[in-house]
Structure formats: structure tokens, C-alpha cells
Design a binder for this molecule. Structure first.
Ligand code: GDP
Length: 535
């Protein structure tokens, strides 16, 4: 790589910020995404993303299913610019029936934005996604939304984050009022008060008045009660709070917290600007060749998600690749680490919501969609230069289990092929009973929807009608040390042992209580909620 290209690569890395939003349905993820795009100039009037959400055209069978259910199964990547930054928002499906894709998307993210509803605080899906962020030590930025509605006390919300997630909160801005009296925020970075005016449903950028705390005009602009309350709150914050420590933020130990209202645009721009300043740029990735920095001159990346049938005319599959190092160019030929083959990447696509757009090049932190004629699997590394393989993507703990039955013996081959391909694609995890008489595969999912997708696709793509026999388990744990370790402990009660697709033992439990019981009886047994990575 020439010195000029190397400098260009460095500049592109410096200006990139990539993140995923973790939240519970209805916290306002779609609304916030839309507002970020509005500020980024990627859309001109808010409402565009919403329209997409509700009036999506059926572009495939799969999409037809999404539309029937009125939910979003697919995740997309939104790329936009703001000042000199190039921002990649890795969108995750928002519905409660989320799947492993939601988790895997976090494997491609450098930062996470935790979005909370001010009236609800932490909710179940947010907690689950937080656990995955914690596993990866991702920096987490918290946006507390819907401040224009009556909510819980800001201090109580901060306390909940600290007590329940073990994450030190640092309020970067502080709300002035709440609900009907929500007037704006105090920005502790600049020590300025930002007062907003509501625009028509927040469809344009909010008009703001910026004023310092000591400015005499404050008395005309702000109700006296609110002003004194703010001063009191700020004093309290200074007393109890620690300083913002970016190192801790980057290690995922401290979270900068922002208050606002995505719907009315209050606080969104301040949040975006602070995030761009404090967020991590694309970083190193661990590989078989050690830690690889993004400035490494050769192009490398890994597949974190596969998506089938986005276009029914082509019956194609798209492999989403997180670019880790170097510069990606259209028509590039790369090596595929798992198979040892070379692949020409002829039709790379960058995804902007549902509209695919072809791209010419991409840099670390970007996501590209590649046409995948059955070549790629989740976790695959593609590289140029010296051979390397990135750490794979782990299997996450499924919570729903069911035998999948094929009632029609003449369809046995298609059934087996379909199950195996959908597993490879990462649509679902497959486990088997250790009792050889029971050959039916066990589907193991993170969300109910995965069952439906598998059954739907087996029927549509492989012509096999299937039956589900739901199993009464809700927790899976992989056994550290495999069969050998398991044999040592002897007979176990209140659990059943199955094997995963790699033949490794997995214990299934009906509930947390049974799991705790087994763990209590056999403290020597090391059980993991995430499967060891297979490379
Ligand atoms: P998602 O499911 O997380 O994508 O949530 P949406 O963005 O679809 O928002 C869920 C609901 O909350 C919608 O009715 C939004 O209009 C509403 N909403 C989102 N942000 C705000 C906000 O800041 N204030 C208020 N009052 N409502 C909001």
C-alpha cells in the first residue's frame, strides 16, 4: 500500500463511528433512528423510516411474512454523514420475538446505544442485549427517551443502571422539567442550557435557544421553579457523581447518559455530537494472527449475518460482512479462510434500509452486503495477504426448544437438506437427543419467530411441511470440558442432556430454579450460557 493510501485509510478509520441501538420494543428506536438520519441529512423529513416500517412493499415471500405480521425481521445498515464523521447504524430487529441476528449484529458493532423509555427504565429485552454488550465490553451510551411524557425521576433511572447493570452512569446532560414542563436540557460539557421549541411532530430540527447558567435572561425564559430545581439537581450531581472517565466508557464500565425526546427532537443533536466525540472508532479484532488493527493495509472482514431471499427473482442470499481492516474495493478477489478458496466479490452492496445501493469501496467499521451463492457461513473470515481467521461468533443461549418432525418420509432428503442449510445460515440452532432412537432434530431458538421462519422457509424453499413438538425447557447450558467432564459428575437430576450440531453436550433445564439446583449439587460442573466458538 502506498503512503498516500495508508494515510487515507487512517483518515477513514478516524472519522468512522459504528453503533447498534439496544432497546425494548416501543422505547422509540425507530423514532430515534429517523431523527438521527434527519440530522445527518440522509432524509429530509422525519417520517420516512416510519413509512417504511408500516407500508413496506412485499419484495419477497419472507417480506410477505413480515408484512402479514407487521413486524420487522430483517436488520439493515444505515450509513450517513454528520460533520466530518461517517456513521454506520447497525439496525437490529425491534420486535419482541427477536432472534439470534439481534445478538450477532452486536458482534459487528463498536459501540452500543442503550435506549430507555423514561417511564419504564430498564426492560427485559434491553437487559438481554446488555449482557451481550457486556460480554464484548462494548462502550454503552444511554439515551433516556420520552422526557416529554411523565416518567420516573432521572436520579432513580441512573440508580437503576448502576444497581442492576453494574454500569457507572455519568449524566452528560440533565433534563429541565419533565412531561408537559420539559423545556430542554443542561449540557454539562459546555455548561450551557439548551431550551427547545416543539416543531410540528418533530419533523424538522428543533429550534433551540442556548444560554449560560448565569445569564440574567434566564428568568424570562425559564419558569423560576424549574430554574431552582435545575440548580439543586446540578449541585447534587456534582456532590454524588464522579467525573466522566472516557477510558472506563471505552471499556464498557461507565455509561454517558443523555436525556431527551426523540419525537420532539429535544436533545437528539446534543446526544449525536457527544456520541461522535466520545464513541470508539473502529478498533482491533482478535485473530489467529493476534490482534489486528484497522490500519492493517490488507482488506479483511468477517460474516456476521446471512439473509435469504431478499429478492424473490434471484432467490439470492446476502452475506453481511463487517470490514475489519484495509480498503474494500468492488470486484476484489479475496481468500475465504474456512474453505481455502478464492472468491471474487463482484456485486457488493451497501444497504440503506430496504433499498440496495451498489458501492465501490468500503473501510473498517463499514458493513457490506455480498451476494452469497452458498459460499459463506456465519463467522467466516475473508482476507487478503497473510492467512488469518477472526474469532468466530458464539452460539447464544436459546430459550425455546421443539422437536421438528417431517411427517412425510418421501421428503426426507429435502427435509434434511433444508434443516442443515438453515442451520448453517444461522437461522436457528439445531440440537439432537442423545438417544439415537429419536432422530428428529431439536430446534433451539432465542425467539419464537425463529420457529416460524424455519417452518415457513422449509415449506417455501424446500417443499416440506413440518410439525413442531414444543419441549418444556427454557434454559440451555454448555458443559465446560465436554463429555468427559459430564461423565465425572455421574447422574444428574432435573435436567436433560442433548448434543449440539458439533456433538458437544448441552444441558437443558425447565427453569432457572432447576438450573440453580444442579449447579448447587455439582459446583465442580462448569456451565456456560454461550457455546465455545467453533472455527
Ligand atoms: P420502537 O418500537 O422502539 O421502534 O419504537 P417507535 O419509534 O416505533 O416508538 C414507539 C411509540 O413511542 C410511537 O408511538 C412513537 O411515536 C412514540 N415515541 C417515540 N419517541 C417518543 C418521544 O420522545 N416522546 C413520546 N411522547 N413518544 C415517543
Amino acid at each position: 500500500m502506498s503512503p498516500e493510501t495508508q494515510t487515507e485509510l487512517q483518515l477513514e478509520v478516524e472519522r468512522r463511528r459504528n453503533f447498534a441501538i439496544i432497546s425494548h420494543p416501543d422505547a422509540g428506536k425507530t423514532t430515534l433512528t429517523e431523527k438521527l438520519l434527519l440530522y445527518g441529512g440522509a432524509i429530509h423529513e422525519a417520517g420516512a423510516v416510519k413509512v417504511r416500517k408500516s407500508q413496506r412493499h412485499a419484495t419477497s415471500d419472507w417480506m410477505a411474512m413480515e408484512q402479514q405480521r407487521g413486524i420487522s425481521i430483517t436488520s439493515t445498515v444505515l450509513q450517513f454523514e454528520y460533520s466530518d464523521y461517517q456513521i454506520n447504524l447497525l439496525d437490529t430487529p425491534g420486535h419482541q420475538d427477536f432472534s439470534e441476528d439481534t445478538y450477532r449484529t452486536l458482534a459487528a458493532a463498536d459501540n452500543a446505544v442503550m435506549l430507555e423509555d423514561a417511564a419504564k427504565g430498564l426492560e427485559p429485552q434491553t437487559r438481554k442485549l446488555f449482557e451481550v454488550c457486556k460480554m464484548r465490553s462494548l462502550p454503552i451510551f444511554t439515551f433516556i427517551n420520552k422526557m416529554d411524557r411523565p416518567g420516573r425521576h432521572p436520579l432513580e433511572l441512573l440508580d437503576e443502571i448502576e444497581q442492576e447493570l453494574g454500569l457507572k452512569p455519568y449524566a452528560v446532560n440533565w433534563p429541565i422539567g419533565m412531561g408537559d414542563t420539559f423545556k430542554g436540557v443542561f449540557d454539562r460539557r459546555t455548561q450551557q442550557i439548551y431550551l427547545f421549541q416543539r416543531s410540528h411532530h418533530g419533523s424538522r430540527e428543533a429550534t433551540e435557544t442556548i444560554i449560560s447558567l448565569g445569564d440574567p435572561r434566564i428568568e424570562d425564559l425559564l419558569d423560576q421553579d424549574l430554574y431552582y430545581q435545575l440548580k439543586e439537581d446540578l449541585e447534587l450531581l456534582e456532590e454524588v457523581g464522579s467525573d466522566l472517565d472516557l477510558e472506563q466508557v471505552h471499556q464498557g464500565k461507565m455509561t454517558p447518559v443523555f436525556f431527551g425526546s426523540a419525537m420532539t427532537n429535544f436533545g437528539v443533536k446534543l446526544f449525536l455530537e457527544a456520541f461522535l466525540e466520545y464513541g470508539l472508532k473502529p478498533g482491533i479484532h482478535r485473530s489467529t494472527q493476534g490482534e489486528i488493527p484497522p490500519e492493517y493495509p490488507e482488506f479483511t472482514g468477517f460474516v456476521f449475518k446471512l439473509q435469504a431471499n431478499m429478492d424473490p427473482k434471484h432467490r439470492d442470499r446476502v452475506a453481511f460482512v463487517r470490514v475489519c481492516t484495509g480498503r474494500f474495493e468492488k470486484d476484489m478477489t479475496v481468500n475465504h479462510a474456512r474453505t481455502g478458496k478464492t472468491v471474487r466479490l463482484s456485486r457488493p452492496q451497501k444497504l440503506f434500509a430496504q433499498d440496495r445501493e451498489s458501492i465501490a469501496d468500503a473501510y473498517p467499521g463499514d458493513v457490506i452486503g455480498l451476494n452469497n451463492p452458498g459460499v459463506f457461513a456465519i463467522g467466516d473470515t475473508i482476507y487478503n495477504g497473510q492467512k488469518l481467521e477472526y474469532e468466530g461468533i458464539p452460539c447464544f443461549s436459546p430459550e425455546l426448544f421443539a422437536y421438528l418432525r417431517n411427517p412425510n418420509p418421501s421428503k426426507f432428503k429435502q427435509f434434511r437438506k433444508g434443516v442443515s442449510e438453515l442451520r448453517e445460515e444461522g437461522a436457528i440452532q439445531i440440537m439432537y437427543s442423545v438417544d439415537d432412537a429419536k432422530r428428529d432434530p431439536i430446534l433451539a431458538a432465542v425467539g419464537q419467530l425463529q420457529f416460524e421462519v424455519v417452518q415457513f422457509r422449509l415449506q417455501q424453499e424446500y417443499g416440506v411441511e413440518t410439525l413442531l413438538d414444543v419441549l418444556p425447557y427454557s434454559l440451555a447450558r454448555w458443559v465446560h470440558g465436554g463429555w468427559e467432564a459430564l461423565e465425572k459428575v455421574g447422574r444428574l437430576f432435573n435436567t436433560v442432556t442433548v448434543k449440539d450440531s458439533w456433538g458437544r453436550p448441552v444441558l437443558l433445564f425447565k427453569n432457572e430454579w432447576n438450573y440453580q439446583q444442579v449447579q448447587g449439587d455439582h459446583p465442580e460442573l462448569q456451565l456456560n450460557s454461550v457455546a465455545p466458538v467453533v472455527s
